[in-house]
Design a protein around this ligand. Structure first.
Ligand SMILES: [Ca+2]
Ligand SMILES: [Ca+2]
Length: 233
C-alpha cells in the first residue's frame, strides 16, 4: 500500500546479514580503496523558498561495488525530502540480468537508501550517480546534506573502505534582500537606494540586483513587491 513496507523490512535483514558476515572468518579483510569517495553533488546548492531541487549522491573511484546502504540527513526546518530515485551507476552497468533491487524510505530529516545487485555477479567499477534525492525548500536558512551510516559492499560481500563528503544547501526567500526572513519595506528600501545603478558603479548593490542582470531597476523592485509580506515565521 505504501512504499515504506518493503524497506522497513529490508533494512533490519540487511543489518543482520552484515552482522553475520562480520562474524564470519575473513570478513575483516576489508579491501583498501582509500580513494573511494561517497559524495553529494552539487557540494553547495543555492535555492529559493518554494522551489524544488535535486541533488545526486555519487561514488568516485570504486572497485567492484555490488551493493550499498546509506543515510542522507538534512535540516527539516529548511528542507523536505519528496522523492528518491535510483541513479544509473549500478543499474545501468551491472552484468546481472536481474538488475538491482533499490529501496528507499523518506523520513522527516533523513532519507535511507539501499541497493542490491541481484544474483552472483561482479560489482561495478568507476564513478557515477548512485541515487538522486529531490527536496522542497520550505524555509530560508541553510542545511547540510550529511551522509552517514554508509556501507559499501563488494561482490564478496566485504565492506569497502571509503570516505564521505557532505553537501550543503542555502535557501533564500526571493525578495528578502537583507536576509532577515521577511519581505518588507526594508528590502524595498535597499533596492531603492541602489536604484538605477549598474554593476561596477559605486552605489550598485549585488544584493539589490535580484535578477542578477547587472542593473538595479524596476524588474528587481517588482520581484520584491511581488513577495511583499512573505515571511518564514
Ligand atoms: Ca527582509
Ligand atoms: Ca536587476
Amino acid at each position: 500500500m505504501t512504499g515504506n513496507a518493503v524497506p522497513r523490512l529490508f533494512f533490519p535483514v540487511l543489518l543482520v546479514s552484515i552482522l553475520a558476515l562480520s562474524l564470519s572468518p575473513g570478513a575483516d579483510e576489508a579491501q583498501a580503496s582509500a580513494d573511494t569517495i561517497l559524495f553529494v553533488d552539487p557540494a553547495v546548492a543555492t535555492v529559493n523558498v518554494g522551489e524544488s531541487f535535486a541533488v545526486n549522491v555519487c561514488i568516485e573511484d570504486v572497485v567492484d561495488l555490488f551493493s550499498y546502504e546509506t543515510k542522507l540527513g538534512f535540516d527539516k526546518a529548511v528542507l523536505t525530502a519528496v522523492a528518491v530515485e535510483e541513479g544509473p551507476f549500478i543499474r545501468d552497468h551491472t552484468t546481472s540480468p536481474m538488475g538491482t533491487f533499490f529501496l528507499q524510505t523518506i523520513e522527516a530529516d533523513f532519507v535511507h537508501v539501499g541497493c542490491l545487485t541481484m544474483g552472483k555477479y561482479p560489482g561495478v567499477n568507476g564513478s557515477g550517480i548512485l541515487f538522486i534525492v529531490t527536496f522542497n525548500a520550505t524555509k530560508s536558512g541553510t542545511s547540510s546534506l550529511h551522509l552517514y551510516g554508509s556501507i559499501l559492499l563488494d561482490s564478496d560481500v566485504t565492506p569497502l573502505s571509503h570516505s564521505t563528503v557532505d553537501g550543503a544547501v542555502s535557501v533564500a526567500r526571493l525578495g528578502d534582500v537583507n536576509g532577515d526572513g521577511v519581505v518588507n519595506v526594508l528590502d524595498l528600501a535597499i533596492v531603492s537606494l541602489a536604484y538605477g545603478s549598474f554593476e561596477g558603479e559605486p552605489n550598485y548593490n549585488p544584493d539589490a540586483d535580484i535578477n542578477e542582470d547587472g542593473v538595479v531597476d524596476m524588474r528587481d523592485l517588482f520581484i520584491v513587491a511581488r513577495h511583499l509580506g512573505e515571511t518564514d515565521s
